[in-house]
Design a protein around this ligand. Structure first.
Ligand SMILES: Nc1ncnc2c1ncn2[C@@H]1O[C@H](COP(=O)(O)OP(=O)(O)OP(=O)(O)O)[C@@H](O)[C@H]1O
Ligand SMILES: O=C(O)C1=C[C@@H](O)[C@@H](O)[C@H](O)C1
Ligand SMILES: [Mg+2]
Length: 209
C-alpha cells in the first residue's frame, strides 16, 4: 500500500476510472469529481475532439461518437488513437504538475470500456503511474444495459451474449491486473458506486486499508 500511495502522490496525480462497457465510468466520474472538487474529463470525449480536429469528419446524429470512430478507423485504429490521446493527456498533466499538495490538483479521467485491455497503453501507465480504479461490474447486469442501449460492433454477429461472456472474462482479467483499486458492483445505483469510490480512494490515499 505504501508504494501505491507514493505512486498516487507522484506529480501526475491522476486517477483513471476504468470499467467494462456501461459499468458507469462516465456517470460515476462526473459525480465523483464534483464531490472531490477534482478536474474531470472523459477519455472518449478527448478522443472524439482529437479525431474531429484531425479528420474534419462529423458524427452522425444520434450515434455514440466512439462507435462512429470504430467504424471509420477500425478497432485497431481506434485503439491506436486512444493510446495516443491518453499518453498526450497524462504527459501534459505531468508537465503542468509541480509540487502539488496531496489534496490539490486531483485529475480524474473516465476511460473507455476497452481502454484497460488496450496493450498500447501499457508504456504510458508505466511512465506516468496514474492510480487506476476499476469498477468491476456484473456480467449479466452489464449485458442487459448494453443490449438495451444497442449492441456495439464488437458484439454484433451470432450469439452476442456468448461473445460478451468471452470479452467480459478477458477484459475483466486485464483490468484487475492493472488496477490499484477495485470496486465490485452488482446492481447498485450510481450514487452508491460513487460512495464506494470515495471510501476506496480515501483508503488508498491515506493507506488505511
Ligand atoms: N449503476 C447504474 N445503475 C443504472 N444504470 C446505470 C448504472 N451505471 C450505468 N448505467 C447506465 O448505463 C449507461 C451507460 O452509463 P455510463 O455512460 O455512465 O457508462 P460507461 O461505463 O461510461 O459506458 P461506456 O463504456 O459506453 O463509456 C447509461 O444509460 C447509464 O444510465
Ligand atoms: O467497450 C468498448 O470497447 C468501448 C467502449 C467505449 O467507451 C468506447 O471507448 C469505444 O466504443 C470502445
Ligand atoms: Mg463512458
Amino acid at each position: 500500500m505504501t508504494n501505491q500511495v507514493q505512486r498516487f502522490l507522484s506529480p501526475a496525480y491522476s486517477i483513471l476510472l476504468g470499467g467494462l462497457k456501461h459499468s458507469g465510468k462516465t456517470s460515476v466520474g462526473q459525480q465523483l469529481s464534483s464531490m472531490l472538487k477534482a478536474d474531470w474529463v472523459d477519455l472518449d470525449d478527448v478522443i472524439t475532439k482529437t479525431y474531429l480536429g484531425r479528420t474534419g469528419d462529423t458524427i452522425p446524429d444520434g450515434v455514440f461518437p466512439p462507435r462512429h470512430m470504430v467504424s471509420t478507423l477500425g478497432a485497431e485504429g481506434f485503439q491506436a488513437l486512444e493510446a495516443e490521446v491518453l499518453h498526450g493527456f497524462l504527459a501534459q498533466k505531468s508537465e503542468q504538475a509541480d509540487d502539488r499538495m496531496p489534496d490539490a490538483g486531483l485529475q480524474l479521467l473516465s476511460l473507455g470500456g476497452g481502454t484497460l485491455s488496450n496493450p498500447r497503453i501499457h508504456s504510458t501507465i508505466t511512465t506516468y503511474k496514474p492510480g487506476i480504479l476499476f469498477i468491476d461490474g456484473d456480467e449479466e447486469v452489464l449485458y442487459g444495459r448494453i443490449r438495451d442501449g444497442g449492441l456495439p460492433a464488437f458484439l454484433e454477429g451470432d450469439d452476442p451474449r456468448e461473445r460478451w461472456s468471452r470479452i467480459y472474462a478477458r477484459r475483466r482479467r486485464d483490468a484487475r491486473r492493472l488496477a490499484d483499486m477495485i470496486i465490485e458492483v452488482k446492481d447498485e445505483s450510481i450514487d452508491d458506486i460513487v460512495q464506494k469510490c470515495l471510501i476506496t480512494l480515501e483508503e488508498y490515499i491515506h493507506g488505511r486499508k
